[in-house]
Design a protein around this ligand. Structure first.
Ligand SMILES: C[S@@+](CC[C@H](N)C(=O)[O-])C[C@H]1O[C@@H](n2cnc3c(N)ncnc32)[C@H](O)[C@@H]1O
Length: 246
């Protein structure tokens, strides 16, 4: 988080310099120069790619909100909402985005095919995946962990009538994966190596890790589904089942 605001601050100073030297006139130009500068600095320092989008929007959105003079409580509510969704993103490096409908259909096929008894979604977001699968497969136990409070609340609310679905507020690094036959993740490149270590240490032989879009560095997936789409599913088995280094 610190690195994000350092880049914002440096770009603020640089763009202020540009104004002083007369290269940009209006405050709108200054805001645009700051946003572009911050995005470029973020790219230069190889920060996560999605930070560039945050940098591009941070000051311009702030400036627009400043201008429109909405009642203060709307800003307060917006701030609390964003905090509830993204407060942990800077730590986990995993933002919230949801599994696509096509992937939900492939996951349904995989559950039908492998018939797990216990299924986990690590970082379950708003519970889209668990809600759909738990309805479809009442004989399977579904468990999700979500660290961000607002998505967790939505997931709890959306699955409250499904007795085979449990959603826990907290990090998925704490619980053991021993009980699970199938673990689904849709995270980011950042935690994949550490996750693989956890999976190898805890998951039983014959269990399946399914990663949406993100490969485990250095490990060949056992199978790939939806490979022609922008969101392929990589299937991994713990080493007892023959994971191979690339
Ligand atoms: C890309 S979203 C995926 C949401 C959901 N699995 C889906 O596919 O629709 C990833 C989620 O993982 C959560 N997350 C990241 N690290 C986590 C951790 N260590 N423990 C629990 N949740 C985590 C984030 O807050 C985010 O909501």
């Amino acid at each position: 988080m610190g690195r994000f605001f350092i880049v914002q601050g440096v770009s603020l100073l640089l763009s202020w310099g540009i104004i002083r030297w007369g290269l940009a006139g209006s405050w709108e130009q200054w805001v645009m120069a700051q946003a572009l500068g911050a995005a470029l600095l973020s790219w230069f320092f190889r920060h996560p790619p999605w930070w560039m989008i945050l940098h591009l929007g941070f000051l311009p959105v702030g400036a627009v909100l400043w201008e429109v003079h909405w009642p203060r409580w709307i800003y307060g509510l917006g701030f609390i909402g964003l905090l509830g969704i993204y407060w942990s993103t800077f730590r986990t490096r995993v933002p919230l985005y949801l599994t696509h409908q096509t992937t939900l259909e492939t996951l349904t096929e995989l559950v039908e095919l492998y018939q797990p008894r216990q299924f986990a979604d690590l970082g379950c977001g708003t519970g889209t995946v668990l809600r759909m699968l738990a309805k479809r497969f009442p004989q399977v136990e579904f468990h999700g962990w979500e660290v961000a409070p607002l998505p967790w609340l939505l997931a709890r609310w959306g699955t409250h009538d499904l007795p085979n679905c449990r959603i826990t507020l907290g990090s998925f690094w704490t619980p053991s994966m021993r009980e699970f036959d199938m673990v689904y993740v849709f995270l980011s490149p950042v935690p994949m190596s550490a996750l693989w270590e956890k999976i190898c240490a805890e998951m039983k032989t014959g269990a399946l890790l399914i990663s949406n879009s993100f490969l485990v560095p250095g490990i060949l997936p056992w199978q790939t589904r939806d490979e022609d789409t922008v969101m392929p599913l990589y299937l991994y088995q713990p080493p007892g089942w023959g994971a191979r280094g690339i």
